[in-house]
Design a protein around this ligand. Structure first.
Ligand SMILES: [Zn+2]
Length: 85
């Protein structure tokens, strides 16, 4: 069973890998291990779904609210600089 243990991730490790994958920091081997774990583990699969929903919600929010705010600040900053000249 030792070979199986090295292939199969623990749930703690799997959720850690999920977070790493979000940041694009997962290598090919880790990605494969994570995929295998998600096939076998319903708990982590649910966690994956949940974090995707959260990510989409946050993404929609920041697109609607954060970006215009940033642009306005940037514009104001540029305008202030131009007026200084
Ligand atoms: Zn798991």
């Amino acid at each position: 069973m030792k070979a199986l243990q090295t292939i199969m991730l623990s749930c703690a490790k799997a959720t850690e890998y999920l977070n790493l994958r979000e940041e694009g920091q997962l290598n090919v081997k880790q990605n494969l291990q994570l995929k295998l774990h998600l096939l076998a583990c319903k708990t982590c699969k649910a966690y994956e779904k949940q974090s995707e929903i959260l990510k989409n919600m946050f993404g929609a929010y920041s697109e609607k609210h954060a970006k215009p705010l940033k642009n306005e600040k940037l514009k104001a900053g540029i305008k202030a600089k131009l007026e200084d000249l």
